[in-house]
Design a protein around this ligand. Structure first.
Ligand SMILES: *[C@@H]1O[C@H](CO)[C@@H](O)[C@H](O)[C@H]1NC(C)=O
Ligand SMILES: *[C@@H]1O[C@H](CO)[C@@H](O)[C@H](O)[C@H]1NC(C)=O
Ligand SMILES: *[C@@H]1O[C@H](CO)[C@@H](O)[C@H](O)[C@H]1NC(C)=O
Ligand SMILES: *[C@@H]1O[C@H](CO)[C@@H](O)[C@H](O)[C@H]1NC(C)=O
Ligand SMILES: *[C@@H]1O[C@H](CO)[C@@H](O)[C@H](O)[C@H]1NC(C)=O
Length: 396
């Protein structure tokens, strides 16, 4: 017996309904980097309310102070804490050094302040260029293990442990992305054992990704390709995989994913700990470091991450991304940056705000997930109603 129209309609609606339920749009969580140890900034409580009003769900604290951590208590913001590089050797040498740090930075505030992850240093490899007594391959993983075990000693299982790399210091190439690998000997000495640890502990791979820096040294890249501008000519094909890239950011992310796959750990989540564009340069020659381009980059990034489209090699995209950074910081040398990151950021302004809390750009950072969810709920409600009506008609 052929199914009646109503029955077919009912099945059709049911299928659409189930499909909708299974295709949740996952937008990447994006946040902001804030260094509370920079002098002459507004007080942390004030900064924390500003960050809440901008609707960032996650915040990365560089060189966190206990007061700044307390300022995020009773907010729905999750913190990624970055342990300063200068403490990494002591964490590696002695588990109690890690415990002492947790005693002052985490235990008094957990769980009223939410912590998602603690990074052992940021770009420790480049700080070892300054201090020859530091051998990153002998300290990074031991420091991570000690912090991990120390958290377990305190019965805390919800905070992951990782470390932060810088794209330009660890990758061989970004093009074609599918051929990218981690540089040797960093790969065998540090990254491969580290990926094993991240896999075993359900943690994430953290990396700073600056299309700005890659653009600066590759004059053949169109500026629009670095700035997320839609243009028929703004693409690059990976001739090996046949995949087309529409922006430099995705290409760099996929280079990281491809390099992780070579080590057999392609499923470890990737978090972009820093990305951004400077609003002014070191000198007149740096014409691409300007407010217009910075605004275009940040707007493009926000829209891209909200779309939930992911990258060609990872359809769910990066698990998180943090804009670098909240405030301009005028004296990076005093703030304990390595020479390498000083030459990367020095003299430039990367803040999305002036130190008087005025926004530099007109960008809506508020998370779109809520909007998407509401939209989905509405569609589901209408479909549910239709299902009900058809069901009732069927019974008649
Ligand atoms: C945090 O989220 C919960 C649940 O979504 C909500 O009820 C609460 O009001 C939020 N708190 C703040 C401070 O935003
Ligand atoms: C480890 O650190 C603790 C506390 O900082 C200190 O008392 C102890 O002497 C250190 N142990 C070693 C072997 O360095
Ligand atoms: C790092 O900077 C300091 C101070 O400017 C300088 O003395 C030192 O030689 C630099 N180190 C390297 C490796 O460039
Ligand atoms: C990692 O996640 C898996 C699956 O959710 C779980 O079975 C496992 O116990 C977790 N491992 C750790 C170390 O948390
Ligand atoms: C904040 O500082 C910027 C840059 O110094 C300036 O242009 C702006 O007018 C200031 N805003 C307020 C409200 O003081």
């Amino acid at each position: 017996m052929p199914l009646s129209f109503n029955t077919r309609m009912f099945h059709y609606l049911l299928t659409v309904h189930l499909l909708l339920l299974s295709t949740a749009v996952v937008a990447t969580e994006f946040g902001i980097t804030y260094n509370p140890s920079v002098p002459k900034l507004p007080p942390p409580d004030y900064v924390s309310s500003t960050i809440q009003s901008l609707h960032f769900p996650v915040v990365r604290l560089l060189d966190p102070t206990p007061i700044s951590i307390r300022a995020f208590a009773y907010t729905n913001i999750s913190l990624l804490l970055s342990v300063p590089n200068r403490l990494v050797p002591s964490f590696a040498a002695n588990r109690s050094a890690a415990s002492v740090w947790l005693y002052s930075h985490v235990l008094p505030y957990h769980p009223r302040t939410h912590f998602s992850l603690i990074s052992i240093g940021s770009d420790v490899i480049s700080s070892s260029y300054d201090d020859v007594t530091i051998d990153p391959s002998t300290i990074i993983l031991p420091a991570m293990r000690n912090l991990y075990l120390s958290l377990r000693d305190f019965g805390i299982r919800t905070i992951s442990v990782s470390t932060t790399f810088s794209f330009i210091n660890v990758m061989t190439t970004s093009f074609p992305p599918s051929s990218a690998e981690f540089q040797e000997p960093i790969n065998s000495l540090i990254i491969r054992p580290l990926l094993q640890f991240l896999d075993e502990t359900n943690s994430s791979f953290l990396i700073n990704i600056y299309p700005y820096n890659v653009y600066k040294v590759n004059s053949q890249i169109p500026i629009g390709y670095a700035l997320f501008q839609e243009n028929p000519y703004n693409f690059r094909d990976d001739i090996i995989t046949g995949v087309r890239y529409r922006n430099l950011f995705d290409m760099m992310v996929d280079a990281v994913i491809a390099a992780m796959a070579v080590s057999g750990h392609e499923n470890v989540p990737v978090i972009v700990t820093e990305t951004g564009w400077p609003s002014n340069g070191n000198n007149e020659a740096e014409t691409v470091a300007n407010r217009n381009y910075a605004e275009m980059y940040l707007k493009g990034l926000v829209m891209h991450l909200r779309s939930g489209m992911g990258t060609p090699l990872r359809k769910e995209g990066v698990a998180g991304a943090y804009i670098y950074q909240l405030f301009d910081d005028f004296d990076p040398k005093k703030n304990g940056y390595s020479n390498a990151s000083r030459s990367m950021h020095g003299g430039q302004n990367w803040g999305i705000m002036y130190n008087n809390m005025t926004m530099k750009y007109k960008i809506d950072f508020s998370h779109s997930e809520r909007v998407l969810r509401n939209h989905k709920e509405l569609v589901e409600m209408v479909l549910g109603l239709l299902l009900l009506v058809t069901g009732v008609l069927l019974l008649l």
